[in-house]
Ligand binder design. Structure first.
Ligand code: UT7
Length: 315
Protein backbone atom coordinates (compact mmCIF):
# COMPACT_ATOMS: atom_id res chain seq x y z
CA UNK A 1 0.00 0.00 0.00
CA UNK A 2 1.36 3.42 -0.84
CA UNK A 3 -0.13 6.70 0.27
CA UNK A 4 -0.52 10.27 -0.80
CA UNK A 5 -0.75 13.29 1.51
CA UNK A 6 -3.56 15.85 1.42
CA UNK A 7 -4.44 19.12 3.10
CA UNK A 8 -7.09 18.13 5.59
CA UNK A 9 -7.57 21.57 7.14
CA UNK A 10 -6.07 25.03 7.46
CA UNK A 11 -5.86 27.65 10.22
CA UNK A 12 -4.25 31.03 10.73
CA UNK A 13 -3.68 33.72 13.29
CA UNK A 14 -2.92 37.43 13.09
CA UNK A 15 -1.88 39.62 16.02
CA UNK A 16 -4.47 42.27 16.97
CA UNK A 17 -2.39 45.36 16.26
CA UNK A 18 -2.70 46.60 12.69
CA UNK A 19 -0.16 49.15 11.43
CA UNK A 20 -1.28 51.06 8.33
CA UNK A 21 0.85 52.87 5.77
CA UNK A 22 -0.51 56.13 7.17
CA UNK A 23 0.68 55.10 10.64
CA UNK A 24 4.14 54.44 9.16
CA UNK A 25 4.21 57.81 7.42
CA UNK A 26 3.92 59.43 10.86
CA UNK A 27 6.95 57.46 12.05
CA UNK A 28 9.31 57.94 9.08
CA UNK A 29 9.85 59.62 5.71
CA UNK A 30 7.42 57.51 3.66
CA UNK A 31 3.87 57.65 2.31
CA UNK A 32 0.88 55.43 1.68
CA UNK A 33 1.21 56.37 -1.99
CA UNK A 34 4.83 55.11 -2.27
CA UNK A 35 4.25 51.90 -0.33
CA UNK A 36 0.99 50.93 -2.05
CA UNK A 37 2.19 51.78 -5.56
CA UNK A 38 5.54 50.01 -5.22
CA UNK A 39 4.39 46.97 -3.21
CA UNK A 40 0.58 46.64 -3.08
CA UNK A 41 0.69 46.79 0.74
CA UNK A 42 -1.79 48.88 2.74
CA UNK A 43 -1.37 47.47 6.23
CA UNK A 44 0.34 44.75 8.28
CA UNK A 45 -0.18 43.13 11.70
CA UNK A 46 2.42 43.53 14.42
CA UNK A 47 2.76 41.18 17.39
CA UNK A 48 2.63 42.54 20.91
CA UNK A 49 5.93 42.33 22.83
CA UNK A 50 4.46 39.52 24.94
CA UNK A 51 3.61 37.42 21.85
CA UNK A 52 6.20 35.11 20.37
CA UNK A 53 6.34 33.02 17.22
CA UNK A 54 5.25 29.94 19.21
CA UNK A 55 2.13 31.82 20.39
CA UNK A 56 1.15 32.78 16.83
CA UNK A 57 1.93 29.25 15.63
CA UNK A 58 -0.04 27.68 18.50
CA UNK A 59 -3.12 29.81 17.73
CA UNK A 60 -3.01 28.95 14.00
CA UNK A 61 -2.44 25.26 14.80
CA UNK A 62 -5.39 25.13 17.20
CA UNK A 63 -7.74 26.32 14.44
CA UNK A 64 -6.33 23.82 11.92
CA UNK A 65 -6.64 20.95 14.42
CA UNK A 66 -10.22 21.77 15.34
CA UNK A 67 -11.20 22.01 11.66
CA UNK A 68 -9.49 18.68 10.95
CA UNK A 69 -11.49 17.25 13.84
CA UNK A 70 -8.49 15.44 15.28
CA UNK A 71 -6.81 15.73 18.64
CA UNK A 72 -3.24 16.95 19.15
CA UNK A 73 -2.36 13.40 20.26
CA UNK A 74 -3.03 12.15 16.74
CA UNK A 75 -0.30 14.36 15.29
CA UNK A 76 2.90 12.43 14.49
CA UNK A 77 5.02 15.30 13.18
CA UNK A 78 5.18 19.07 13.75
CA UNK A 79 7.28 21.28 11.50
CA UNK A 80 7.45 24.99 12.19
CA UNK A 81 8.92 27.09 9.39
CA UNK A 82 10.34 30.27 10.88
CA UNK A 83 13.38 32.55 10.92
CA UNK A 84 12.17 34.33 14.04
CA UNK A 85 12.24 31.51 16.62
CA UNK A 86 11.43 32.22 20.28
CA UNK A 87 14.90 31.02 21.30
CA UNK A 88 18.09 29.88 19.60
CA UNK A 89 17.14 26.46 20.91
CA UNK A 90 15.01 24.43 21.56
CA UNK A 91 13.08 24.65 18.31
CA UNK A 92 9.87 26.66 18.19
CA UNK A 93 8.17 23.48 16.94
CA UNK A 94 8.89 21.73 20.26
CA UNK A 95 7.54 24.74 22.18
CA UNK A 96 4.35 24.52 20.08
CA UNK A 97 4.28 20.78 20.79
CA UNK A 98 4.33 21.51 24.52
CA UNK A 99 1.57 24.14 24.21
CA UNK A 100 -0.62 21.76 22.19
CA UNK A 101 0.15 18.71 24.31
CA UNK A 102 0.93 16.87 21.10
CA UNK A 103 2.98 14.33 22.98
CA UNK A 104 3.14 11.59 20.34
CA UNK A 105 4.79 13.82 17.71
CA UNK A 106 8.39 14.54 16.81
CA UNK A 107 9.00 18.19 16.08
CA UNK A 108 11.57 20.41 14.41
CA UNK A 109 11.97 23.85 12.79
CA UNK A 110 12.57 24.55 9.13
CA UNK A 111 14.84 27.45 8.19
CA UNK A 112 14.41 28.52 4.57
CA UNK A 113 13.21 32.10 5.18
CA UNK A 114 10.25 33.00 2.95
CA UNK A 115 10.41 29.54 1.32
CA UNK A 116 10.16 27.90 4.75
CA UNK A 117 6.56 26.75 4.49
CA UNK A 118 7.03 25.25 1.02
CA UNK A 119 10.15 23.42 2.26
CA UNK A 120 8.25 22.23 5.36
CA UNK A 121 5.23 21.02 3.39
CA UNK A 122 7.44 19.12 0.93
CA UNK A 123 9.28 17.53 3.88
CA UNK A 124 6.07 16.48 5.65
CA UNK A 125 4.77 15.09 2.34
CA UNK A 126 7.87 12.87 2.11
CA UNK A 127 7.41 11.57 5.67
CA UNK A 128 3.81 10.66 4.84
CA UNK A 129 4.68 9.04 1.51
CA UNK A 130 7.45 7.07 3.24
CA UNK A 131 4.77 5.81 5.67
CA UNK A 132 6.56 7.16 8.75
CA UNK A 133 3.82 9.66 9.55
CA UNK A 134 0.01 9.67 9.29
CA UNK A 135 -0.82 13.22 10.36
CA UNK A 136 1.53 16.21 10.24
CA UNK A 137 1.05 19.74 11.46
CA UNK A 138 2.90 22.10 9.14
CA UNK A 139 3.17 25.69 10.32
CA UNK A 140 4.65 28.92 8.96
CA UNK A 141 4.95 31.54 11.71
CA UNK A 142 6.91 34.74 12.14
CA UNK A 143 7.30 37.79 14.35
CA UNK A 144 9.27 39.42 11.56
CA UNK A 145 8.79 42.88 13.09
CA UNK A 146 11.42 41.90 15.69
CA UNK A 147 14.18 41.66 13.06
CA UNK A 148 13.32 44.86 11.18
CA UNK A 149 15.43 47.98 11.35
CA UNK A 150 12.66 50.54 11.95
CA UNK A 151 15.05 53.26 10.75
CA UNK A 152 15.37 51.60 7.32
CA UNK A 153 12.29 52.60 5.32
CA UNK A 154 13.40 50.46 2.37
CA UNK A 155 12.77 47.24 4.34
CA UNK A 156 10.61 47.90 7.41
CA UNK A 157 7.50 48.89 5.42
CA UNK A 158 7.47 45.55 3.58
CA UNK A 159 6.92 43.00 6.35
CA UNK A 160 4.39 41.93 8.96
CA UNK A 161 3.73 39.24 11.58
CA UNK A 162 1.38 36.26 11.40
CA UNK A 163 1.00 32.49 11.25
CA UNK A 164 -0.67 29.88 9.09
CA UNK A 165 -0.97 26.14 9.61
CA UNK A 166 -2.20 23.06 7.81
CA UNK A 167 -2.94 19.52 8.91
CA UNK A 168 -1.46 17.23 6.29
CA UNK A 169 -2.84 13.69 6.45
CA UNK A 170 -2.34 10.52 4.50
CA UNK A 171 -4.83 9.25 1.97
CA UNK A 172 -5.09 6.26 -0.35
CA UNK A 173 -6.55 8.53 -3.03
CA UNK A 174 -3.71 9.23 -5.48
CA UNK A 175 -5.73 11.85 -7.35
CA UNK A 176 -6.04 14.10 -4.32
CA UNK A 177 -3.39 15.96 -2.35
CA UNK A 178 0.21 16.83 -3.02
CA UNK A 179 0.93 15.83 -6.61
CA UNK A 180 4.49 17.08 -7.01
CA UNK A 181 7.09 19.15 -5.14
CA UNK A 182 10.26 20.85 -6.28
CA UNK A 183 12.78 22.66 -4.07
CA UNK A 184 15.91 24.58 -4.96
CA UNK A 185 18.54 26.92 -3.57
CA UNK A 186 21.53 28.89 -4.78
CA UNK A 187 24.04 29.75 -2.05
CA UNK A 188 25.95 32.11 -4.31
CA UNK A 189 23.28 34.70 -3.45
CA UNK A 190 23.42 34.50 0.38
CA UNK A 191 24.33 38.19 0.55
CA UNK A 192 21.39 39.75 -1.31
CA UNK A 193 18.96 39.05 1.54
CA UNK A 194 20.22 38.41 5.06
CA UNK A 195 20.31 39.60 8.65
CA UNK A 196 23.10 41.80 9.97
CA UNK A 197 23.67 39.43 12.88
CA UNK A 198 23.43 35.88 14.14
CA UNK A 199 24.39 33.56 16.98
CA UNK A 200 27.75 32.74 15.45
CA UNK A 201 28.62 36.13 14.05
CA UNK A 202 27.85 38.48 16.93
CA UNK A 203 25.39 36.72 19.29
CA UNK A 204 22.47 38.92 18.28
CA UNK A 205 19.71 38.18 15.79
CA UNK A 206 20.45 41.29 13.71
CA UNK A 207 18.21 43.15 11.26
CA UNK A 208 17.03 42.44 7.73
CA UNK A 209 19.29 43.75 4.96
CA UNK A 210 18.14 43.38 1.37
CA UNK A 211 19.27 44.32 -2.10
CA UNK A 212 15.63 44.81 -3.15
CA UNK A 213 16.25 45.10 -6.87
CA UNK A 214 18.41 41.96 -7.05
CA UNK A 215 15.84 39.94 -5.09
CA UNK A 216 13.02 41.35 -7.23
CA UNK A 217 14.80 40.35 -10.43
CA UNK A 218 15.55 36.83 -9.24
CA UNK A 219 12.06 36.32 -7.74
CA UNK A 220 10.24 37.24 -10.95
CA UNK A 221 12.34 35.05 -13.24
CA UNK A 222 12.59 32.01 -10.90
CA UNK A 223 8.91 31.87 -9.90
CA UNK A 224 7.88 32.26 -13.55
CA UNK A 225 10.29 29.50 -14.60
CA UNK A 226 9.03 26.98 -12.00
CA UNK A 227 5.36 27.76 -12.61
CA UNK A 228 5.78 27.38 -16.38
CA UNK A 229 7.53 24.03 -15.89
CA UNK A 230 4.66 22.68 -13.79
CA UNK A 231 2.12 24.10 -16.25
CA UNK A 232 3.62 22.13 -19.10
CA UNK A 233 2.87 18.93 -17.19
CA UNK A 234 -0.25 19.73 -15.13
CA UNK A 235 -3.39 21.82 -15.13
CA UNK A 236 -3.07 24.74 -12.71
CA UNK A 237 -6.33 26.39 -11.61
CA UNK A 238 -4.88 28.75 -9.01
CA UNK A 239 -1.43 30.12 -8.20
CA UNK A 240 -0.56 30.99 -4.61
CA UNK A 241 2.76 32.83 -4.75
CA UNK A 242 4.84 34.11 -1.86
CA UNK A 243 3.39 37.50 -0.90
CA UNK A 244 6.40 39.83 -1.26
CA UNK A 245 5.36 42.45 -3.79
CA UNK A 246 2.21 42.83 -5.94
CA UNK A 247 4.45 43.81 -8.87
CA UNK A 248 6.13 40.37 -8.72
CA UNK A 249 2.69 38.72 -8.63
CA UNK A 250 1.42 40.88 -11.54
CA UNK A 251 4.51 39.95 -13.55
CA UNK A 252 3.72 36.25 -13.04
CA UNK A 253 0.05 36.75 -13.90
CA UNK A 254 0.79 38.62 -17.12
CA UNK A 255 3.50 36.27 -18.31
CA UNK A 256 1.44 33.18 -17.55
CA UNK A 257 -1.61 34.77 -19.19
CA UNK A 258 -3.73 33.98 -16.17
CA UNK A 259 -6.48 36.10 -14.61
CA UNK A 260 -6.56 37.97 -11.31
CA UNK A 261 -9.21 35.48 -10.07
CA UNK A 262 -6.67 32.68 -10.49
CA UNK A 263 -4.19 34.29 -8.09
CA UNK A 264 -4.48 34.00 -4.32
CA UNK A 265 -3.33 37.37 -3.00
CA UNK A 266 -3.50 38.83 0.50
CA UNK A 267 -0.46 41.12 0.49
CA UNK A 268 -2.62 44.26 0.76
CA UNK A 269 -3.65 43.43 4.33
CA UNK A 270 -0.83 41.18 5.57
CA UNK A 271 2.33 42.48 3.82
CA UNK A 272 5.16 39.97 3.60
CA UNK A 273 4.97 37.60 6.57
CA UNK A 274 7.88 35.45 5.35
CA UNK A 275 7.25 31.73 6.03
CA UNK A 276 3.68 32.50 7.13
CA UNK A 277 2.71 34.17 3.83
CA UNK A 278 1.50 31.13 1.92
CA UNK A 279 -0.47 29.22 4.61
CA UNK A 280 -1.92 32.51 5.90
CA UNK A 281 -3.16 33.43 2.41
CA UNK A 282 -4.58 29.94 1.82
CA UNK A 283 -6.45 29.95 5.12
CA UNK A 284 -7.72 33.50 4.57
CA UNK A 285 -9.33 32.48 1.27
CA UNK A 286 -10.77 29.25 2.69
CA UNK A 287 -12.10 31.03 5.80
CA UNK A 288 -13.73 33.63 3.54
CA UNK A 289 -15.71 30.82 1.87
CA UNK A 290 -13.60 30.18 -1.21
CA UNK A 291 -14.14 26.62 -2.39
CA UNK A 292 -11.01 24.99 -3.86
CA UNK A 293 -12.52 21.47 -3.87
CA UNK A 294 -11.09 19.42 -6.76
CA UNK A 295 -9.03 22.39 -7.97
CA UNK A 296 -5.28 22.38 -8.52
CA UNK A 297 -3.40 25.03 -6.56
CA UNK A 298 0.25 25.75 -7.29
CA UNK A 299 2.29 27.19 -4.40
CA UNK A 300 5.50 28.96 -5.29
CA UNK A 301 8.02 30.74 -3.09
CA UNK A 302 11.26 32.62 -3.06
CA UNK A 303 13.30 33.42 0.04
CA UNK A 304 16.70 34.24 1.47
CA UNK A 305 19.42 31.77 0.63
CA UNK A 306 18.33 32.15 -2.13
CA UNK A 307 15.75 29.39 -1.73
CA UNK A 308 12.75 28.61 -3.87
CA UNK A 309 10.08 25.98 -4.29
CA UNK A 310 6.94 24.85 -6.06
CA UNK A 311 4.18 22.50 -4.87
CA UNK A 312 1.18 21.35 -6.87
CA UNK A 313 -1.81 20.37 -4.73
CA UNK A 314 -5.10 18.89 -5.84
CA UNK A 315 -7.48 20.12 -3.12
O1 UT7 B 1 10.48 37.94 0.95
C1 UT7 B 1 11.67 37.81 0.23
C2 UT7 B 1 11.51 38.29 -1.11
N1 UT7 B 1 11.52 39.75 -1.15
C3 UT7 B 1 11.23 40.35 -2.27
O2 UT7 B 1 10.90 39.70 -3.24
C4 UT7 B 1 11.37 41.86 -2.36
C5 UT7 B 1 11.86 42.23 -3.74
N2 UT7 B 1 12.07 43.66 -3.91
C6 UT7 B 1 11.08 44.57 -3.95
O3 UT7 B 1 9.93 44.23 -3.72
C7 UT7 B 1 11.40 45.98 -4.34
O4 UT7 B 1 12.71 46.04 -4.85
C8 UT7 B 1 11.27 47.01 -3.17
C9 UT7 B 1 9.81 47.17 -2.79
C10 UT7 B 1 12.06 46.53 -1.97
C11 UT7 B 1 11.80 48.38 -3.60
O5 UT7 B 1 11.13 48.83 -4.76
P1 UT7 B 1 11.93 49.49 -5.97
O6 UT7 B 1 10.95 49.90 -6.97
O7 UT7 B 1 13.00 48.51 -6.36
O8 UT7 B 1 12.51 50.80 -5.29
P2 UT7 B 1 14.04 51.21 -5.07
O9 UT7 B 1 14.66 50.37 -4.01
O10 UT7 B 1 14.70 51.27 -6.41
O11 UT7 B 1 13.86 52.68 -4.52
C12 UT7 B 1 13.30 53.72 -5.32
C13 UT7 B 1 13.27 55.01 -4.51
C14 UT7 B 1 14.62 55.35 -3.86
O12 UT7 B 1 14.80 56.75 -3.93
P3 UT7 B 1 15.77 57.39 -5.06
O13 UT7 B 1 17.10 56.75 -4.83
O14 UT7 B 1 15.16 56.97 -6.39
O15 UT7 B 1 15.70 58.83 -4.77
C15 UT7 B 1 14.41 54.95 -2.41
O16 UT7 B 1 15.20 55.72 -1.52
O17 UT7 B 1 12.33 54.90 -3.44
C16 UT7 B 1 12.95 55.28 -2.21
N3 UT7 B 1 12.32 54.53 -1.12
C17 UT7 B 1 11.24 54.96 -0.45
N4 UT7 B 1 10.52 56.08 -0.54
C18 UT7 B 1 9.47 56.20 0.29
C19 UT7 B 1 12.68 53.31 -0.66
N5 UT7 B 1 11.84 52.94 0.33
C20 UT7 B 1 10.94 53.93 0.47
C21 UT7 B 1 9.84 54.13 1.31
N6 UT7 B 1 9.13 55.27 1.20
N7 UT7 B 1 9.44 53.21 2.23
Amino acid sequence: MSYNSYIRSTGSYLPNKCLTNDDLSKMMETSDEWIFKRTGIKERHIADKSEMTSDLAFNAAKVALSRANISAEEIDLIICATVTPDLTFPSTATIVQQKLNANKAFAFDMSAACSGFVYALATADNFIKNEQVKNALVIGAEVFSRILDWNDRSTCVLFGDGAGAVVLSRTENKEKGIIKTELGSDGSMVNILKTSGGTGLNQISGYVEMDGRAVFKFATSKMLEITKRFMEEYKIDYVLPHQANIRIIDYLMNNLQMTEEQFIVTIKHHANTSAASIPLALDTYISNGHNFENKNIFLTSIGAGITWGGILISM
